[in-house]
Design a protein around this ligand. Structure first.
Ligand code: ACM
Length: 522
């Protein structure tokens, strides 16, 4: 904002806690113009909704407008067909009230998130708030703004999932990538195959401390989400304009499923649910019965999750057992394939085609490119951006989730002694903020293939929700701005001046984020 405009704003607006002559908005809107002067807003003011948008009263304005029965000037929401981006909105604060325009509910929702940031952290319904007169015009840079959470390595209770969704929505994230299955646990109830959760959701014990110490805690760990839980979570997310993208891992990271149904594996022996981390050799076999089993699983998944995208993993599938298995080699021959990479590609293609008949698109980690990419598949590029760049150049949609910029299980400080044990790596928030999901290698046309980006929270070393919050925040605040705000006027210095005031909001909600001064020598 130009200094002149800042100077025009009434001094009464300047919160005692903020050095800014303007509200602290995060992620930063595309365009903000403050006009000077204020409107005395009473948080109990009437909110006038379009007739067909009554639902917004519960979802978009729940924190500060319950009754909305106040009198006098308030907030008026108006549908406006000129908005082509369903997430775009415009807020005008004038002397006689606030007008919010959007094309539909998503835009109104994001307007409400921004509007909430115009108010103090704690709102007293009976006390007026001087709102700056002006206009905010906003829309996201990317349409896929994701946060991932691994609930296989450590089960997270439903209440925490709902809280995580709230925190995502407060940062305008719109896709929750829910990593539901892995070697160490299968967390989704499947009616047709009850042992997936009866057996696969529980492990005898868990690795304790660092992998290299090879110690275990001797404590049974597990849990799963019933289909009723899932429906509740999906509904809760949808009300906050978050799409839940489930991930069912295949053909690797499959040991918990094989523990439940040994016939899905390659060894003809029973296996326990894994108790160690790492890349494990016990992968699904590629027999027709296993393909059908997994397609049946996906049928229940598509019933539960309305997401247009279904994630099938595809990463880190060691080929050792397929190389040593006479059956796998016979499959390769029978299908006329060259090698095990092509068998994996064929495997994923069976899922892609199955999902397509149900009107859904497959997402896979970038290994799904090896041996040939399934038509229409979306590549989630985690081993750097190269896989994503090449896929985009070949005309595939991609989501950028590179370890170097978006793995929130990495350390936040080089001082790993003071930090809680983490998987390794070092990803400071400054680096997250420097992430650009559109690398310079892509032409403008190719760049349209980048749907967006995503932050990853793998939980081998993250035992509970408090630690998830510590690892995800405030790095997710930086990622939110990367994915929402225009890249042109992005400045770390400016962001890092806004961030502490935004963190006050998170503190008021009890979020266990990593303090900016953590680890500093005092
Ligand atoms: C991954 O981190 N294995 C996708």
């Amino acid at each position: 904002m130009p200094a002149l405009l800042a100077a025009l704003i009434a001094p009464s607006l300047v919160s005692t806690a903020s050095p800014f002559a303007e509200p602290v908005l995060l992620p930063k809107p595309a365009r903000v113009e403050w006009r000077g002067g204020t409107f005395a807003y009473l948080p109990d003011a009437r909110v006038q909704l379009p007739a067909d948008a009554a639902r917004l009263r519960e979802t978009a304005f729940p924190n500060f407008v319950r009754s909305g029965k106040g009198t006098g000037p308030g907030v008026t929401l108006t549908r406006d067909a000129r908005f082509t981006d369903p997430e775009a909105y415009r807020i005008e604060i004038a002397k006689d009230g606030v007008t919010i325009r959007a094309g539909g509910d998503a835009g109104f929702y994001y307007a409400s998130v921004t509007f909430r940031q115009l108010l103090p952290v704690s709102v007293d319904r009976g006390t007026t708030v001087p709102l700056p007169l002006g206009v905010i015009e906003d829309q996201p840079r990317f349409r896929y703004r994701g946060m991932h959470l691994d609930v296989a390595r450590h089960y997270m209770p439903k209440a925490f999932i709902l809280r995580f969704l709230d925190l995502m929505a407060a940062h305008k994230f719109n896709h929750f990538h829910w990593h539901l299955t892995d070697d160490q646990g299968w967390r989704l109830q499947i009616r047709r195959y009850p042992k997936l959760t009866q057996v696969g959701a529980w492990r005898k014990e868990t690795m304790r401390g660092h992998y290299r110490n090879q110690q275990w805690d001797g404590t049974r760990h597990g849990g799963f989400y019933s289909q009723g839980d899932v429906r509740e979570i999906v509904r809760y997310a949808a009300a906050r304009h978050v799409t839940v993208v489930p991930e069912i891992e295949m053909p690797g990271h499959a040991q918990a499923a094989i523990a439940a149904y040994p016939e899905l594996g390659n060894l003809n022996t029973s296996l326990p649910v894994a108790t160690s981390w790492g890349v494990i050799e016990n992968v699904f076999n590629a027999e027709p019965s296993t393909i059908q089993f997994l397609q049946h699983v996906l049928d229940e998944v598509t019933e539960l999750f309305p997401s247009p995208y279904i994630h099938v993993g595809g990463d880190e599938c060691p080929k050792k057992q397929w190389k040593e298995s006479a059956k796998a080699q016979a499959r390769i021959q029978a299908l006329g394939l060259k090698d095990e990479d092509e068998l994996q590609s064929w495997f994923i293609r069976q899922m892609g085609e199955h999902l397509r008949t149900r009107g859904r698109r497959l997402i896979g980690w970038d290994e799904i490119r090896e041996g040939g990419l399934a038509p229409g598949a979306i590549v989630m590029s985690w081993r750097g951006m190269t896989g994503g760049i090449e896929a985009a150049k070949q005309g595939h949609d991609v989501i950028m989730s590179p370890t170097d910029f978006t793995y929130f299980d990495y350390y936040q400080s080089p001082d790993t002694v003071r930090e809680p044990l983490a998987i390794g790596g070092y990803l400071p928030i400054e680096k997250v903020y420097a992430f650009d999901p559109v690398p310079p290698e892509l032409s403008a046309a190719e760049a349209t293939r980048v749907l967006g980006g995503q932050g990853q929270v793998w939980t081998e070393y993250i035992p509970d929700g408090d630690r998830v919050e510590y690892m995800a925040f405030p790095r997710a605040c930086a990622l939110a701005e990367v994915l929402w705000s225009p890249s042109a006027d992005r400045s770390w210095d400016e962001f890092s001046r806004r961030l502490p005031f935004h963190l006050d909001r998170l503190a008021a909600r009890g979020v266990k984020f990593r303090r900016l001064d953590a680890g500093r020598v005092r």
